[in-house]
Design a protein around this ligand. Structure first.
Ligand SMILES: C[S@@+](CC[C@H](N)C(=O)[O-])C[C@H]1O[C@@H](n2cnc3c(N)ncnc32)[C@H](O)[C@@H]1O
Length: 222
């Protein structure tokens, strides 16, 4: 299976369920999105069914979205007929250089094999001084999702993330904070805000309580 397109298989299932299970991450993310977006150009990477694009639109932004899943793009375009929404990959964003005032992404980076190419592309499409907000799977969660004994936090490995009471299994690559807060990040961005939290829709492995996501707000230098 092409992992980048895995959401084609469960686009509707995800769209029907996330509002029930992701209440915590949605609240936190929408608090981060509470910016002055009037007349601003905002791009959502891995926009899914376009729910977050509708929130950006309510705030007066001109909305742009992209997703690897064609099924998701169809749902997002139905919800947001005025938006420009394309099929595309986060590490090869189908928009020109220095187009956006704001780039956002929720629950999409965790499936990527590597984080650095994503930063490279965001640096290209954001205007200097532009804002990046992203929320993604917490490295501790991905470590716990490694099933073998003698787990190695530092090794990029395929992990299966089970959520929404087992309705969805997403295949992704484990990441470390070294990758998220790397020289590629700090040479291009200024970190403005950071937070971690827990959605009740995440699988509770071994009865442990641990963060399911973290969220970042950063500004492109220049
Ligand atoms: C968990 S869903 C999140 C959807 C939406 N952002 C939300 O928070 O409800 C992950 C989305 O990211 C998309 N995605 C995953 N990898 C991607 C990639 N490399 N490029 C673009 N989209 C990707 C998937 O197709 C899916 O729609």
């Amino acid at each position: 299976m092409d992992e980048k397109k895995q959401y084609n298989t469960f686009a509707k299932e995800y769209s029907d369920s996330f509002l029930t299970y992701n209440t915590n991450s949605i609240d936190v993310y929408f608090r981060y999105l509470d910016l002055d977006l009037e007349g601003k150009k905002a791009l959502d990477l891995g926009c899914g069914d376009g729910y977050d694009l509708s929130e950006l639109k309510k705030k007066g932004a001109h909305i742009f979205g992209m997703d690897a899943s064609k099924e998701m793009v169809v749902l997002a375009q139905q919800k947001n007929p005025e938006g420009t929404i394309k099929v595309g990959l986060i590490d090869n964003i189908p928009f020109p250089d220095q187009t956006f005032d704001v780039v956002v992404s929720k629950w999409a980076f965790q499936a990527e094999p590597s984080i650095e190419p994503i930063y490279k592309e965001i640096t290209r499409v954001l205007k200097p001084g532009g804002t990046l907000i992203y929320l993604t799977s917490h490295p501790i969660r991905q470590f716990i999702e490694k099933k073998q004994n003698g787990k190695d936090y530092f090794k990029n490995e395929t992990v299966k993330s089970v959520f929404f009471e087992g309705k969805i299994s997403e295949t992704g690559t484990s990441h470390t904070f070294n990758e998220y807060f790397s020289p590629a990040f700090f040479s291009n961005f200024t970190l403005e805000k950071y937070e971690e939290g827990l959605d009740h829709g995440a699988e509770k492995i071994n009865g442990d309580t641990y963060p399911s996501y973290f969220i970042v707000q950063a500004r492109l230098k220049g």
